[in-house]
Design a protein around this ligand. Structure first.
Ligand code: NAG
Ligand code: NAG
Ligand code: NAG
Ligand code: NAG
Ligand code: NAG
Ligand code: NAG
Ligand code: NAG
Ligand code: NAG
Ligand code: NAG
Ligand code: NAG
Ligand code: NAG
Ligand code: NAG
Length: 643
């Protein structure tokens, strides 16, 4: 419920009269078990160079018309001459271009500075590279500081290279101490005296991983996985939004190019201004869900490119079949064609999907009419026929079909989020909704009716009143959890060395010690870690009005241990604290109140800087009448939990 007051001064409380709340024990609605989750899009180098732990940038010279094969950021050591080469024997049909290395000095070699640096710590790094050419002797692989030239770790690898065939060389590097910063490179050298007549070698798929989360091969960066895990998420929407769709034909996320050995993954022309390696593929995405303990919300390509090109009804059937093959790869038993393919890759046990989303934002890019008339229904019917219990989502709240669920996205300004506390109150229960993307992206412009202005600059980082406004919106979602599948902030991650979109929930760079949780992250963490299983009605002594910007917002509920009330306090009259008195249907007389504040309503968590969000926890004891009495400051988000 929301207090009707604030911007109109005459409606505002002046500070002393408490808002009196009485929580009922009956009339509650069951909550969605999924409420808070995550959305992944490989934007801002969030996958390659981000959560996907590969340290070597451009490890396999993958290319597409928009992103031709490049040597960047590789360099030859000393006078070594390097070039791109289509060797007569390619490493694989997926990876035809290799790094040709030659020169006249005795030591030849290559170096790579990683994705804007390599994080070096005393731990075991696992690497591999392939070589084509005749070479007797050994290779030396090292981690070297770019600044001091100091060798931080080194190892010798006996050559298996022979002319005419590619040979894989595995290696490990174990630094004895942490580097002082991440300006480090991988350097691989060899002795030219050991070369055969050709006087050169070709290298490809030159890889190096730090320890990964749960020690998964080809796995994920532990610090970013922990950042996600600490949010206590319940779902992960994968494998992406715009990046799934692709910019224009034929470029898009193609599931069967993302499975199997890395040398068989060609990569693809990503949507966000860089080539995607496809190192992060179907299996890695699903292991990511297993490791976080979350439900995948799995998106399938729906026949629309961002260029507005769309697959006609007559031509769509093979794409529907391809999606069914993909789902069989994920869920089929080993007697099925694609289930057997999965088993052959080391995963005999199928994964289970409960949620599938057909496409991404199919209402935009001129997609709505075809989505409405045939695309959604063709995918829906095919999936439902094989997986009758599947919850199938349309990618927009504008188009529904049969019992489809839907995905609603909202990017706006703080004041408008504050007016949307009641947005889902009258939403139909027949089409459960995922709020698959939401974020405050711009500052207020003084006009309550204004949403995002897509031609105006976006905020560089989440900022405190924007995060409080998101809390108002998500408390409104929690209040309607019976018809909401869940909510996820987007985008999730920002690589500070290369990004296309702000603001984002988590900031990172190569140096894992700099990973920064935004103000919005802290709000989500508080709300997500205090889930309710039932939303309970609450009576207040003030009227409810869901359309104006108010001052104080709340939702009440319970779980097996506690009664819970959550609050978001927006712009109060004169900046006054808001006094509350609340009673729960319990005999428990103690509770704990945790609230988040920031000194400056516009404060952001600067990358690598101090956390501006202050967390205060106080223990409360109920008065003789069974009520808890407390005040909350302006611009705060709070959770009260009975013991
Ligand atoms: C809340 O209850 C107290 C005590 O009965 C009363 O003084 C106060 O006016 C009430 N608040 C409002 C807003 O009615
Ligand atoms: C490799 O082959 C492709 C396709 O024929 C060609 O476009 C490219 O220029 C070649 N690259 C080099 C380095 O020869
Ligand atoms: C190596 O030296 C020879 C003879 O001086 C020269 O022709 C050739 O260009 C040199 N090669 C490289 C890669 O520098
Ligand atoms: C260290 O690496 C960062 C990120 O690439 C770069 O911005 C910075 O200039 C580097 N510092 C030095 C001293 O090379
Ligand atoms: C590191 O090596 C580079 C290239 O040889 C050289 O230019 C630079 O001066 C060296 N730096 C230090 C600190 O020795
Ligand atoms: C290198 O390691 C990978 C992964 O453990 C393994 O599959 C492969 O056989 C190894 N290659 C060689 C040449 O030892
Ligand atoms: C992927 O699937 C498509 C459509 O079924 C098929 O044409 C293609 O050959 C497959 N690619 C691979 C690498 O298996
Ligand atoms: C959106 O922003 C642009 C650029 O700042 C401005 O010209 C335009 O008037 C704004 N539109 C609205 C509806 O405010
Ligand atoms: C429970 O759901 C119904 C139907 O959506 C709604 O009218 C009612 O307000 C909800 N109750 C609570 C406590 O949210
Ligand atoms: C709710 O607030 C809006 C904006 O202040 C106002 O126009 C509307 O009349 C109010 N509705 C009710 C039911 O009080
Ligand atoms: C709070 O509301 C007042 C009164 O409408 C307004 O002047 C002020 O700018 C608002 N503060 C913020 C940070 O939005
Ligand atoms: C309940 O008790 C608290 C603390 O003793 C007091 O402040 C409050 O006014 C009382 N509320 C009512 C409704 O009597």
């Amino acid at each position: 419920m929301k207090l009707q007051q604030c911007l109109a001064a005459s409606l505002c409380l002046t500070g002393t009269a408490a808002i009196n709340l009485t929580v009922s024990s009956s009339g509650g609605n069951a909550s969605s078990p999924l409420m808070y989750g995550l959305m992944f899009e490989d934007i801002n180098n969030a996958g390659d160079g981000g959560v996907y732990a590969e340290l070597i940038k451009n490890r396999a010279f993958q290319s597409s018309p928009a992103f031709p094969a490049t040597l960047i950021p590789w360099e030859g050591v000393g006078s070594t001459v390097i070039s791109l080469n289509n060797a007569s024997v390619p490493l694989s049909s997926a990876l035809p271009v290799s790094l040709h290395v030659t020169g006249n000095s005795s030591t030849l070699g290559i170096s790579n500075p990683g994705y804007w640096g390599i994080d070096v710590r005393p731990q075991t790094y696992t690497g591999s590279f392939y070589v084509l050419g005749d070479y007797h002797g050994f290779f030396t692989a090292s981690l070297v500081s770019d600044i001091s030239n100091k060798t931080l770790a080194t190892t010798k690898i006996h050559s298996k290279s022979v002319s005419g065939a590619w040979a894989q060389h595995n290696y490990t590097l174990i630094p004895t101490a942490a580097a002082s910063n991440s300006n480090n490179s991988l350097v691989i050298t060899f002795n030219s005296l050991g070369l055969g007549a050709a006087g050169s070698l070709d290298f490809n798929l030159i890889s190096l991983f730090p320890p990964t989360y749960n020690d998964r091969p080809n796995g994920m960066r532990p610090d970013l996985m922990k950042a996600m895990k600490n949010l206590n998420p319940s779902f992960l929407r994968i494998p992406g939004g715009n990046n799934l769709e692709g910019l224009n034909p034929p470029y898009r996320w193609v599931w069967n190019q993302t499975i199997g050995p890395l040398k068989d993954r060609p990569g693809y022309q990503g949507t966000w201004n860089y080539e995607q390696t496809n190192g992060l593929g179907v299996v890695e995405f699903l292991n990511w869900c297993v490791d976080l303990g979350v439900e995948p919300v799995w998106a399938i390509w729906s026949g629309l490119w961002l260029s507005k090109q769309v697959v006609s009804k007559a031509d769509l059937a093979p794409y529907v079949q391809d999606a069914m093959n993909e789902l069989e790869f994920i869920m089929g038993d080993t007697s099925t064609t694609y289930g057997a393919l999965r088993a052959s890759l080391g995963y005999p046990e199928p994964w289970i999907l409960k949620y599938i989303e057909v496409g991404n934002e199919d209402n935009v890019n001129s997609g709505q009419s075809t989505y409405q008339s045939y695309r959604l229904s063709m995918f829906y019917d095919a999936i439902k026929a094989v997986y009758p219990d599947m919850i199938i989502m349309s990618s927009t709240s504008n188009v529904e079909y049969a019992a489809s669920a839907e995905d609603y996205h909202q990017y706006t300004r703080p004041d408008q989020f504050a007016t949307e506390f009641g947005f889902f109150d009258n939403y139909p229960v027949s089409h459960p909704t995922l709020v698959g993307e939401y974020a405050t992206i711009q500052y207020n412009d003084g006009n309550l009716a204004h949403g995002a202005n897509w031609t105006s600059p976006k905020a560089p980082l989440p900022f405190w009143i924007g995060s409080v406004a998101e809390a108002i919106f998500t408390l409104g979602i929690e209040r309607n959890q019976d018809k909401i599948i869940g909510a996820s902030y987007a985008p999730m991650m920002q690589n500070m060395n290369s990004f296309e979109w702000t603001p984002d929930m988590i900031q990172f760079a190569a140096d894992t010690s700099l990973t920064t949780y935004s103000t919005s992250y802290h709000v989500i963490q508080l709300l997500s870690n205090t889930r309710t299983t039932t939303v309970l009605p609450v009576k207040s002594d003030t009227a409810f009005n869901s359309t104006d910007v108010g001052m104080a917002y709340w939702v009440t509920g319970s779980n097996a241990e506690s009664y819970i009330a959550k609050f978001a306090i927006y712009n109060t009259t004169g900046g006054a604290d808001v006094p509350f008195s609340i009673s729960f249907p319990t005999t428990s007389t103690t509770a704990s109140l945790t609230y988040l504040t920031a000194d400056d309503p516009y404060a952001s968590n600067a990358f690598g800087g101090a956390n501006v969000v202050q967390t205060t926890t106080v223990d409360l004891t109920a008065g003789g009448n069974g009520t808890f009495v407390f005040s909350l400051p302006q611009w705060s988000v709070a959770v009260l939990k009975t013991s």
